[in-house]
Design a protein around this ligand. Structure first.
Ligand code: 5AD
Ligand code: SF4
Length: 451
């Protein structure tokens, strides 16, 4: 039957954020339909795909390093197909650069061509030339129905919107991911209902800025009301979402998190910088005072909520005084964890052209001070959990501690504990005996969870 051979192998390497990880699950879904099986070793693969990120320069440098390495593999195996896709290639000049400087790459595609993969592979084989396809057929159109091949059967990513309209002045995402567009509520709920039927216990709703979900849809719907609907899906026990932009986090959303029993007590709310001057030049559209006030409102309404954030150090023009405001926000909010980044110049963004770029050594020195503070606070917050009982969704055997199981609290903290592997996919109560900075250690208990 047909000409699809069933023994082709692919290897996919993914850089970047959860949306990219989820895109790779779609690529895997399409390849599975085409008769490809996943392998962990690129040397065994007939098709190698790099799904790239460009949010910081470091991410791009790593991709180029890896591409250079593939030249040899390609020389050894002529029918090997190499494809590079994702945010990096969505920039026209980068796609052209790859085609020119790395001519052994067969396919360069963007973030919206996953459904055309069969055609791209066929074309590359037929022509023997580098196929570049990064333009959308219909700009902004969301392609529904692309098969998704997900990992563990317990937790699933669900994209609810694509793109970003915020144009923070340092960020390249709006240029590569395009304008904001939301998926229809029915499509999202159908997908989540199917996941529940397949036994998934947790969904994370993904978008660059989930708080503006619904804009532009025919149906009038906010992110808060979407959450309330998702909360009704039977079988899904935990709902998470990311990322939220502080400028449009509504009281309605705070109440929805409070009211919906399956929505977890965790919010990732990047503040990026503490100084109002820097925030204005970043085009973030809130002030330090408003951010802190918003956090207070969230904490008042949702007791025990954990708050995580992203912070950039060394944005152009950031003075020592500006930076002290960043430290001050961290002290006041006491984040459960913080992702900290050195500012990285991105081509085509307004910040690229700003004067007063901060010298590298100053950036590093500030980053170190910031890390010392965030790590101390994370450790202090965790140590307050000693002796407490928490609800853990068991994900399986711990990779770092193979004689233990691992899972996460509702507040998204990693917990390791001894137990039977049969607990995988179940919610268990664990009493924390040894809280550490990066994870918590504990033991299964009959006691009721406090959070
Ligand atoms: N330099 C450093 N960090 C950046 N981020 C986005 N763009 C840049 C940049 N040019 C960070 C922001 C964002 C996270 C995903 O990446 O903190 O929230
Ligand atoms: Fe980038 Fe700002 Fe959009 Fe986030 S909200 S993706 S930081 S432009």
């Amino acid at each position: 039957m047909g000409t699809i051979s069933r023994d082709k192998k692919y290897f996919i390497k993914t850089w970047g954020c959860q949306m990219n990880v989820h895109d790779s699950e779609k690529i895997a879904g399409v390849l599975s339909l085409l008769g490809y099986n996943a392998v962990d070793n690129e040397k065994e693969a007939d098709l190698i795909i790099f799904n790239t990120c460009c949010v910081r320069e470091h991410a791009e440098v790593k991709v180029y390093g890896n591409l250079g390495r593939l030249r040899k593999l390609k020389e050894q195996k002529d029918d090997l197909i190499l494809a590079v896709c994702g945010c990096m290639t969505q920039q026209k000049e980068v796609a052209q650069h790859i085609a020119k400087r790395y001519p052994f790459v067969d396919i360069v595609f963007g973030t919206n061509q996953v459904h055309k993969l069969a055609e791209l592979i066929a074309n590359a084989k037929l022509t023997g030339e580098t196929i570049v396809d990064i333009e959308e057929d219909e700009e902004g159109k969301i392609i529904e129905g692309v098969p998704v091949s997900r990992g563990d059967g317990i937790k699933a990513w669900v994209a609810i919107m694509h793109g970003c309209n915020n144009f923070c002045s340092y960020c390249i995402v709006p240029y590569v991911r395009g304008r904001e567009r939301s998926r229809k509520k029915e499509h999202i709920l159908d997908e989540i209902e199917r996941l529940a039927q397949e036994g998934y216990k947790e969904v994370t709703l993904l978008g660059q800025n989930v708080n503006s979900y619904g804009k532009g849809l025919e149906e009038e719907i906010s992110f808060a009301s979407l959450l309330r609907e998702v909360d009704k899906v039977r079988g899904i026990e935990r709902i998470r979402f990311m990322t939220s932009h502080p400028k449009d986090l509504s009281d309605d959303l705070i109440y929805a998190i409070r009211d919906c029993s399956n929505v977890c007590e965790h919010i990732h709310l990047p503040f990026q910088a503490g100084s109002n001057n820097v925030l204005r030049r970043m085009n973030r559209k809130y002030t330090k005072e408003r951010y802190i006030e918003l956090i207070e409102r969230i904490k008042e309404n949702i007791p025990g909520i954990s708050i995580t954030t992203d912070i950039i150090v060394g944005f152009p023009g950031e003075s020592e005084e500006d930076f002290l405001h960043t430290l001050d926000v961290v002290e006041k909010v006491r984040f459960d964890s913080a992702f900290t980044f050195l500012y990285s110049k991105r081509r085509g963004t307004p910040a690229e052209r700003m004067e007063d770029q901060v010298p590298q050594e100053v950036k590093h020195e500030r980053l170190k001070r910031l890390l010392d503070l965030t790590e101390r606070i994370t450790a202090e917050n965790n140590s307050a959990l000693r002796g407490k009982t928490v609800e853990v969704l068991v994900e399986g055997v711990s990779k770092t501690h193979p004689n233990r199981l691992t899972g996460r609290t509702r507040t998204n903290k990693i917990v390791h504990f001894e137990g039977d592997t049969g607990l995988t996919g179940k919610l268990v109560n664990v009493r924390i005996t040894d809280p550490q900075s990066w994870s918590l250690f504990g033991e299964v208990t009959d006691e009721k969870a406090e959070s």
